[in-house]
Design a binder for this molecule. Structure first.
Ligand SMILES: Nc1nc2c([nH]c(=O)n2[C@H]2C[C@H](O)[C@@H](COP(=O)(O)OP(=O)(O)OP(=O)(O)O)O2)c(=O)[nH]1
Length: 146
C-alpha cells in the first residue's frame, strides 16, 4: 500500500494562477454606482448579471485583458485600479478576480451584453448575479460612496 502523505495546498488567495485560469472583471465605478452587465450568452448564463471582463489570454497581463475586454464589450477605455475582494473559485477550475476601474473615455454601450445598469450600493441585490459574482458584489459598498 502507498503511504498516505499530506500535500500542502496553495493558498487560493495568494497563489499565482496561470493566465488562462483567471477571469478578470471590472467594477467600473462612477458617481457612487457600479456598472453591471447582463449576459446574453450562453443560454445557461443568459439573464444573469456580471462584471464586464473575460479570460486573460496567455502572455497578456490582467490589466491589459481588462482594458481589451472593456473596449470589446462596452466600447470604452478604462483605467484599472486596485483589486477588490478575494479570488472566487469557479466550477471550471478558473478563478474570478475583480478590479476597481474608472472610465477614461467613452460612454458604455451593451455591445455584447443584453443590458447595462449602474447600481448604487442599495441596488446591488436587485439583479441576479452569476454565482461567482455575488460575493464580489457584496464587497462593493465601500467603493460606492459618492
Ligand atoms: N466576464 C465575466 N465572466 C464571468 C463573470 N462571472 C463569471 O462567472 N464569469 C464566467 C462566465 C464565463 O464562463 C467566463 C468568462 O467568459 P467570457 O465570455 O466573459 O470571457 P471571454 O470574453 O474571454 O470569452 P470568449 O467568448 O472569448 O471565449 O467566466 C464576470 O463577472 N465577468
Amino acid at each position: 500500500m502507498w503511504p498516505v502523505t499530506s500535500i500542502p495546498q496553495p493558498d487560493p488567495d495568494t497563489a499565482p494562477v496561470r493566465g488562462t485560469g483567471v477571469i478578470v472583471g471590472a467594477a467600473i465605478v462612477r458617481a457612487g454606482r457600479v456598472l453591471a452587465a447582463q449576459r446574453a450568452t450562453p443560454a445557461a448564463a443568459a439573464g444573469r448579471w456580471e462584471f464586464p471582463g473575460g479570460k486573460v489570454e496567455p502572455g497578456e497581463s490582467e490589466h491589459d485583458a481588462l482594458v481589451r475586454e472593456c473596449e470589446e464589450e462596452l466600447g470604452v477605455r478604462v483605467a484599472v485600479l486596485s483589486r477588490i475582494g478575494a479570488d472566487v473559485p469557479m466550477v471550471n477550475g478558473a478563478v474570478l478576480r475583480l478590479y476597481l476601474a474608472r472610465l477614461v473615455e467613452g460612454e458604455p454601450r451593451a455591445l455584447e451584453h443584453a443590458e447595462l445598469r449602474w447600481l448604487a450600493a442599495d441596488g446591488l441585490d436587485t439583479v441576479p448575479w452569476l454565482p461567482a459574482d455575488a460575493p464580489l458584489a457584496a464587497a462593493l459598498p465601500p467603493y460606492l460612496v459618492s
